[in-house]
Design a protein around this ligand. Structure first.
Ligand code: CDP
Ligand code: CDP
Length: 220
């Protein structure tokens, strides 16, 4: 059986994965999976339930039974709209903590793979190419310098009216990079066969076009 094609886009925080992946999906008419949102949802739910970030068994059970839905561009946890709440820097840091737990990662595998539907999927995260979709048609490792990424995150927050300090963002980002790359369970790595896209000096359009060109050449 031929499974629908997948474009896997992994990379560190604020490298532009979400922006580039969703635009590539739009251009190709593919589905889009923001896998980080799932870790962010488990992080938020665990905070609400008062579960410690080191309590692997309880976090795994929570992730297994997560009541989530995606409707009209919004994300719901239980019945509550949490689209904005999951995006805070504090919840991002909590997400990177709970994402070190193998119980949480294991609980989310099936859900992530269920997004692979016709005509195809663009998936972004840390382990899309290495663990979740090792047979992806195209594997992209999207990156940019830490300072370019901190600057992007800063502009993104200011545009949303959220106050932020560039130095704090750079520190959070380096902390998150270190944890995501050094953890034992599914660390952020350059997967076998992945192509590196360095975007420090690329516009969003240029990054999107490069991914589309690479995809055309894999399917040519
Ligand atoms: O998903 P991830 O954390 O990797 O990053 P993102 O939220 O997609 O992108 C972070 C910010 O960088 C967004 O505001 C993008 O518009 C911006 N960006 C950019 O300025 N240049 C790029 N080549 C890619 C993203
Ligand atoms: O937007 P940003 O790149 O900062 O983060 P995200 O993609 O929303 O993911 C939040 C956190 O979830 C990351 O710091 C990772 O620790 C974790 N994550 C993961 O471990 N595996 C994934 N496939 C996606 C996210």
């Amino acid at each position: 059986m031929n499974l629908p094609p997948v474009i896997a886009i992994d990379g560190p925080t604020a490298s532009g994965k979400g922006t580039v992946a969703s635009l590539v999906a739009q251009k190709l008419g593919f589905h889009y999976l923001d896998s980080g949102a799932l870790y962010r949802l488990v992080a938020l739910a665990s905070e609400k339930e008062g579960i410690d970030v080191n309590n692997g068994p309880a976090l795994g059970q929570l992730a297994e039974n997560l009541q989530i839905s995606f409707r009209g561009g919004q994300i719901f946890l239980g019945g509550e709209k949490v689209t904005q709440a999951i995006r805070t820097e504090a919840n991002g840091l909590r997400a990177s903590n709970i994402a070190t737990q193998p119980s949480v990662r294991g609980a989310l595998v099936g859900l992530q793979r269920s997004f692979r539907q016709k005509p195809g999927l663009v998936a972004d995260g840390r382990d899309m190419a290495s663990v979740i979709f090792p047979d992806a048609s195209l594997k992209v490792f999207l990156t940019a310098s830490a300072s370019a990424r901190a600057e992007r995150r800063y502009k993104q927050l200011i545009a949303k009216g959220i106050s932020a300090k560039l130095e704090d963002l750079l520190q959070d980002l380096e902390e998150r990079d270190a944890r995501d790359s050094s953890r034992g369970a599914s660390p952020l790595v350059l997967a076998k066969g992945a192509q590196v896209l360095e975007t420090s000096n690329l516009s969003i359009d240029q990054a999107v076009q490069t991914v589309l060109d690479w995809y055309q050449s894999t399917s040519a």
